[in-house]
Design a protein around this ligand. Structure first.
Ligand SMILES: [Ca+2]
Ligand SMILES: [Ca+2]
Ligand SMILES: [Ca+2]
Length: 458
C-alpha cells in the first residue's frame, strides 16, 4: 500500500511540474514579439510550408566550370546548380550508388567534401533523401546557416533532384491576448530571412522568396485553416484578426516583432459574372486569401504589387448543382497588378469560357484532360474539392468528331488517384486523320463555347 501511495505521489508531483512548466512557458509568451529558434522538419511531403520552398533542379549538361576537382569514382556524375537569393550558386554532384557531394564552402572543390548517402523515402527503390546539408559559405557573412535536404529519384535516367529546407525558425507570440505559433523559412537559401516576394512569379508553388507562417487555428501545423492559407510569402505585413500588422523579422531569423498599422488602402474588384472566386493573393504588401462572392466583388487592400496564386471559380450548373474549377497558374492580367492608395483596380475573369481538352496520343489511344480557358487567359480544370455539403459534381462527358462531323467515340471523365480528371479514347484501328474533342460541360449561367482545335493521327 505504502509503495502505491509513493507512486501516486510521484505521479502527482511530476504532473504538477509539467503543468507548471507549460503554464510558465505560456505566460512568458509576449504580446507582439518573440525570439525564434531553429526547428527541424517537417518533411516536404507533409508540409505546405516546406513544399512551398522546395526547388526542382534539372541536371546540368556537363561539369560546371566552377567545379575544379571531383570526388572519387565520379565518372558517371550528374551536376546540379542551386541558385540562392544572394546571387551565389551551390553546386551538387550526384554519383551512382546514391552518393551526393555538395560544394558547401563554394571553393569549387568536391574531393574534400563529405559524402552524403541517400536513404529510402517511402516506397523502397523510388526516391532517396540526402542530408541535412549545411552550407559554410553564407554563415561566414553573418547570416544563419542554410541547411537543406536533397531528394533524388530513379537512378536509371538522368533525372532532376529536389532541394527543400531542413527546418524553420519558430516562436510564440500573442496578438490581442491570444497565443500563436509563427514560423519563418529561408525559402531562397541565402541564410537570411529578408527576401520578399518578387512578382510576377514563374511558378506559384516555387516562389523564390522567404516565407512566414502562422498557425491560425492552433492545430500545431502550418497549412490551410478554413479558407485561409497559414503559409505566405514574406511581405511587409500580415493580417491577424482582420487587422494589419507590420512584420519586423531579424535578417538572421532570430527574432520576430509585429506592430499594428493602418496602411493606405485601395480597392480590388474581381469581375466574374455568374461565378464566385476564391484565391490566394500573393503580394509584397500583405499576402492573404480572399473570397469574392456573388454579392461582394470588391475588397480593400493595402497599396502594393499583387498577383493571384492558386484560385477556384465556383458557379451552379443548369440543374442548380455546384461546379468548381481550379486554376494553378493564372493568366496574364492576374499574374501581376498594382493596388494604389485611394484607387480601384478591376480585373475581369471568368466568362466567356472556351472548353477544350489537353490530349496525348499514346499509340492505340488518346488520353485526355478537360480544360476551361477563361477571358483572362487562365486555364482551369474541374475539381471535386471545395464543394460545400454533400454535393458531387455532375458527370463530365466528351465526344470525338471527325472532319465530316461523324461522332467517332464518346465517354465520361473520372478522377484519378491523384485527383486529376482524365479519360481516354480508344482509337478505331486503321483511323488516320483529323479529330476534334468536344467537352460537354455545363457552366450554368456562364457563356462558353467549344474549342475548334483539330488534332491529327498520322
Ligand atoms: Ca568545397
Ligand atoms: Ca532568404
Ligand atoms: Ca494550423
Amino acid at each position: 500500500m505504502k509503495r502505491i501511495g509513493i507512486a501516486w505521489l510521484a505521479v502527482v508531483v511530476v504532473t504538477a511540474g509539467v503543468l507548471l512548466v507549460v503554464l510558465a512557458g505560456r505566460s512568458s509568451i509576449e504580446e507582439s514579439r518573440c525570439p525564434l529558434r531553429y526547428q527541424k522538419g517537417p518533411s516536404s511531403d507533409g508540409s505546405i510550408m516546406i513544399n512551398m520552398a522546395e526547388r526542382m533542379l534539372l541536371p546540368l549538361p556537363g561539369k560546371p566550370a566552377q567545379i575544379r576537382d571531383l570526388p572519387p569514382g565520379a565518372g558517371q556524375a550528374r551536376f546540379y546548380q542551386l541558385e540562392c537569393g544572394d546571387g551565389s550558386s551551390v553546386f551538387l554532384c550526384l554519383l551512382p550508388g546514391r552518393k551526393l557531394y555538395v560544394d558547401t564552402d563554394g571553393d569549387g572543390m568536391l574531393s574534400n567534401e563529405r559524402c552524403f548517402r541517400g536513404i529510402d523515402r517511402g516506397q523502397p527503390g523510388y526516391n532517396w533523401e540526402y542530408g541535412p546539408v549545411r552550407l559554410k559559405s553564407t554563415a561566414a557573412k553573418g547570416g544563419a546557416t542554410p541547411c537543406f535536404r536533397v531528394r533524388s529519384f530513379r537512378e536509371d535516367v538522368p533525372g532532376p533532384v529536389s532541394v527543400h529546407p531542413d527546418g524553420c525558425q519558430t516562436g510564440w507570440l500573442r496578438i490581442d491576448g491570444r497565443a500563436y505559433q509563427f514560423a519563418a523559412v529561408d525559402g531562397d537559401y541565402d541564410g537570411r530571412f529578408s527576401t520578399r516576394l518578387s512578382l510576377p512569379v514563374a511558378d506559384p508553388w516555387r516562389r523564390q522568396c522567404d516565407l512566414i507562417a502562422v498557425d491560425r487555428d492552433g492545430d500545431g501545423e502550418f497549412r490551410y485553416s478554413g479558407r485561409r492559407c497559414e503559409v505566405m510569402p514574406l511581405g511587409r505585413m500580415v493580417v491577424m484578426h482582420d487587422k494589419y500588422y507590420a512584420i519586423d523579422l531579424e535578417p538572421d531569423g532570430s527574432r520576430l516583432e509585429l506592430r499594428a498599422v493602418q496602411p493606405a488602402l485601395g480597392e480590388l474588384v474581381i469581375d466574374c459574372p455568374g461565378a464566385e472566386f476564391e484565391c490566394d493573393l500573393l503580394s509584397d504588401a500583405a499576402p492573404q486569401s480572399f473570397y469574392w462572392t456573388y454579392e461582394s466583388k470588391s475588397h480593400p487592400l493595402p497599396a502594393g504589387t499583387y498577383g493571384v496564386g492558386r484560385g477556384t471559380l465556383r458557379t451552379l450548373n443548369a440543374d442548380g448543382r455546384p461546379l468548381a474549377f481550379q486554376c494553378d497558374h493564372p493568366g496574364s492580367s492576374l499574374e501581376c497588378f498594382e493596388i494604389k492608395a485611394g484607387e480601384t483596380t478591376t480585373l475581369k475573369i471568368g466568362a466567356p469560357f472556351v472548353t477544350t481538352a489537353e490530349v496525348r496520343w499514346t499509340g492505340g489511344q488518346v488520353e485526355m484532360k478537360p480544360v476551361l480557358r477563361d477571358c483572362a487567359g487562365s486555364v482551369y480544370v474541374p475539381t471535386p474539392s471545395g464543394h460545400a455539403g454533400p454535393w458531387r459534381p455532375s458527370p463530365l462527358t466528351f465526344s470525338i468528331f471527325d472532319e465530316q462531323g461523324n461522332r467517332l467515340g464518346s465517354g465520361q471523365f473520372a478522377y484519378s488517384l491523384e485527383g486529376t480528371l482524365t479519360s481516354s479514347w480508344r482509337v478505331p484501328s486503321g483511323f488516320k486523320g483529323k479529330y476534334r474533342v468536344q467537352i460537354d460541360l455545363d457552366v450554368g449561367p456562364c457563356e462558353a463555347r467549344h474549342d475548334q482545335t483539330w488534332h491529327v493521327i498520322e
